[in-house]
Design a protein around this ligand. Structure first.
Ligand code: 5GP
Length: 127
């Protein structure tokens, strides 16, 4: 049965489980449009569709891990990579002096898409 951490509504491997794809998985698979600002084999960064600040980016793991709490030790390098990209993108968007990163875990904390992502926010209201 494999590793089931409940990504979306089903298994963690949304790319193969069509019924349980998250919105982000659909964006990764080009089934939904998004403004992509960075992409490699492990992560994708898009502009938030409903920005809470002047700059509001989402850095998303391509592997469909439901939340930060579900991250396994072997997957920690993904977060390191995301944090490195935060720095690169903060520079690119000229927000390096003032920005916030937010990771929501659980619906009670505001998580609405159960596919690991980091918000990068700068300018204006904060999430
Ligand atoms: P969460 O609330 O799970 O921490 O963050 C999910 C984020 O995804 C929200 O900030 C929301 O505005 C954003 N979002 C929801 N649907 C879409 C979409 O279809 N496209 C993009 N680019 N962002 C989305």
């Amino acid at each position: 049965m494999g590793d089931q951490r409940g990504c979306g509504q089903g298994t963690k491997d949304c790319s193969r489980e069509k019924i349980s794809k998250t919105i982000f998985q659909k964006i990764i698979d080009r089934e939904l449009p998004a403004e992509i600002v960075y992409e490699d084999e492990e992560i994708i960064c898009i502009k938030d569709k409903f920005p809470q600040a002047k700059v509001h980016l989402l850095l998303i793991t391509k592997k469909c891990i439901p939340s930060i709490h579900d991250l396994e030790e072997s997957e920690y390098p993904l977060m390191v990579k995301i944090l490195k990209m935060v720095k690169v993108l903060a520079k690119k968007f000229e927000i390096e002096d003032n920005y916030r990163i937010v990771i929501n875990r659980g619906s009670g904390a505001g998580q609405t898409i159960f596919h690991l992502h980091v918000h990068l926010l700068a300018g204006g209201a904060h999430k």
